[in-house]
Design a protein around this ligand. Structure first.
Ligand code: C2E
Ligand code: MG
Ligand code: MG
Ligand code: MG
Length: 288
């Protein structure tokens, strides 16, 4: 970097741009490798029945351990995988891995699996998912697919078709991040969802935010009248939980229960959740 004179500013800019492009190319190449070698991991976050504390299953959240650089967040690598045309392959790998894991679980437990916007437009999505379930011997009823509002909005007709195909497999379909999109009500009126997931921005501060509290009560009433199940995301405190319990929200997830964990931590997590539920029901005493 031995630059001087009037061109110095531009040279610096070029360097920074060059660095950013190089870093991105490197990230892309490493992501290609990771998908090629099937090294992306599913992490699991528990989803519980709020009234009883009973474990229903887990949301699957993709994690990429990038060498010694630590975990890369899905918000970074999922859009990149879409751009690189790797998303279907990545998604199928993750789902296969989850189905393999599920074979050894209590059959009452299900998974909730995120699909990204562009996957909805890819032909044969439901057929591929059906095949993966079949090969693993997992019934469709143990799978829910989460779709975000923005994704759905791209093409309503296409979305309706894909959702119907998934439901024909017995797979439930959830509207993710409900409330922060642009067309929540239009989407609900036109598409046959089973569940809505209230975005965590409405939940995680609910005890200090009367406006959000009113909105969430309204969403819960709306869901009841549409006969939809509700999952509250982002439960971070016992106050968040108490509010949702008082207002009869059926399902929830959040750091208060557990962060997403790797597969090998699941047996311990399942035990912990069962113990917490038993304490809640008064069946066993809390440890001093
Ligand atoms: P999402 O589907 O809405 O998932 C919930 C996100 O909130 C996750 O972030 C989760 O770790 C985080 N979270 C859960 N509980 C709490 C809480 O109590 N407080 C806070 N602050 N955060 C909480 P994560 O794992 O970083 O995933 C981000 C997004 O990336 C997901 O949002 C989802 O849209 C996407 N994603 C993750 N895995 C996949 C995947 O396999 N495929 C696709 N297409 N998208 C994925
Ligand atoms: Mg989700
Ligand atoms: Mg969400
Ligand atoms: Mg809170």
């Amino acid at each position: 970097h031995a630059k001087s004179g009037p061109a110095r500013g531009w040279a610096l800019f070029d360097d920074e741009l060059g660095d950013a492009l190089r870093e991105r190319a490197l990230l892309a190449a490493e992501l290609r490798d990771a998908v090629h070698c099937n090294t992306l991991l599913p992490f699991f976050q528990p989803i519980l029945k709020i009234e009883t504390g009973e474990l229903i299953g887990f949301e699957v959240l993709a994690r990429w351990q990038r060498g010694d650089k630590g975990f890369v967040a899905p918000d970074v690598f999922i859009p990149l995988a879409e751009e690189l045309g790797l998303i279907d392959r990545l998604s199928d790998q993750l789902l296969r891995r989850c189905c393999a894991a599920m074979a050894s679980w209590d059959p009452k437990l299900s998974i909730s699996f995120n699909l990204s916007p562009r996957q909805l437009n890819h032909a044969g999505l439901a057929k591929r998912i059906g095949r993966i379930l079949d090969e693993a011997g997992i019934p469709g009823s143990r799978l829910a697919i989460e779709i975000t509002e923005t994704a759905v909005f791209i093409d309503m007709d296409r979305a309706r078709q894909v959702i119907s195909e998934l439901r024909a497999l017995g797979v439930r379909v959830s509207l993710d991040d409900f409330g922060i999109g642009t067309s929540s009500l239009a989407v609900l009126s036109q598409l046959p969802f089973d569940t809505i997931k209230i975005d965590r921005s409405f939940i995680s501060d609910i005890e200090h935010n009367p406006q959000n509290a009113k909105i969430v009560r309204g969403v819960l009433a709306l869901a009841r009248s549409l006969e939809l199940t509700v999952t509250a995301e982002g439960i971070e405190s016992d106050e968040d939980l108490a509010f949702l319990k008082t207002n009869n929200c059926v399902q929830g997830q959040g750091y208060f229960f557990s962060r997403p964990v790797p597969e090998d931590a699941l047996p311990q997590l399942v035990d912990d959740v069962a113990r917490a539920a038993a304490i809640m029901r008064g069946e066993i005493a809390e440890l001093p």
